[in-house]
Design a protein around this ligand. Structure first.
Ligand code: 0GY
Length: 296
């Protein structure tokens, strides 16, 4: 019997996604995805808030090839806590085609950071989503930030739009490039030109070290698949205002999706609606992620 049983209300990732009509440019990077376990080999963290289905590195590579992508950026998810072994295993078996974003505690040693770097980690993730994690105190995060800066890494932050006013000053104090997951999770039933999304635009406009992933329409949309049309104006606005500071990712295997599980082919077909020219697509899918993750 498996040591870990997935949450019963957690949908399994899509087993047979459609072939997207949109063909990404050569060398495209899926810059936000995860590996989960397998739990028998890489146990989930005792402090996790959910138990996912297994989602292995080989299944991720198969999806990458099927969707027409070339590389992955694998982001440590909260169900593995600060135990980055599944991530490192995937990076070590990627033939250099994957880079990683880890989660670390303030007690991490310089040797551990160096080993993560050697495996292909290029950033750490600070998660402030309360249903997912008990966030570390600001002083611990600042200390991690100051140490990873020396490695040339960046910080990925995950938060929900209503938390941005409270977190704004901490975010702008961070000393590295900062990448925001999923556009700061806007409420897309609100006006794209309204004050809530306006604060996120201000963050991007006034802080040139900030980047955004224009990802996860499936989490933000009220309209839903296959077009996720209500998310498109938000993502398109970010791509057009900040074309050199945007990334895109599938978010496979879509943890915590309880109402619908996206067809990853449909997600790829949203790309030409948010990046409407070949030039914007080239930046979003190739030039930007290559500059951030494969500069060396
Ligand atoms: C995502 C989103 C989610 C989960 C995590 O680390 C995580 O557990 O990021 C979520 O539930 O919104 O990007 O995978």
């Amino acid at each position: 019997m498996a040591a870990f049983t997935p949450d019963s209300d957690w949908l399994h990732w899509h087993q047979s996604p459609s072939k997207p009509s949109y063909v990404p440019p050569a060398g495209a990077v899926d810059a936000h995805c995860h590996v989960f376990g397998p739990g028998d080999d890489f146990p989930f963290a005792p402090e996790r808030k959910y138990t996912p289905c297994d989602a292995s590195k080989d299944q991720l590579w198969a999806l990458r090839d099927y969707l027409g992508f070339s590389r992955n950026v694998i982001v440590q998810a909260t169900c593995h806590g600060a135990d980055n072994r599944a991530l490192v295993d995937a990076l070590n078996h990627s033939n250099g085609l994957a880079r990683g974003v880890a989660t670390v505690k303030a007690s991490v040693t310089d040797e551990e950071l160096q080993a993560l770097h050697a495996a292909g980690v290029r950033g750490v993730r600070f998660n402030f989503v309360k249903r997912l994690v008990d966030a570390l105190p600001f002083d611990s995060l600042q200390s991690i930030a100051n140490r990873i800066k020396n490695l040339g890494w960046h910080i990925v932050i995950y938060f929900e739009a209503q938390e941005l006013p409270e977190l704004y000053d901490f975010f702008t104090s961070l000393p590295t490039t900062v990448v925001v997951d999923h556009m700061g999770r806007p409420d897309v039933s609100k006006d794209v030109d309204g004050p809530e999304f306006g604060l996120f635009i201000k963050l991007m406009q006034e802080n040139p070290n900030f980047w955004s992933k224009v990802s996860c329409p499936e989490r933000l949309s009220q309209e839903g698949p296959p077009n996720y049309s209500d998310v498109v104006p938000f993502a398109r606005k970010i791509v057009e205002l900040f074309p050199d500071r945007v990334l895109w990712g599938t978010d496979w295997p879509h943890p915590n999706m309880k109402n619908h599980m996206p067809d990853d082919g449909h997600l790829v077909d949203v790309i030409p609606h948010i990046a409407v020219t070949e030039e914007l697509q080239q930046k979003l899918l190739v030039d930007n992620p290559m500059a951030l993750y494969w500069a060396d």
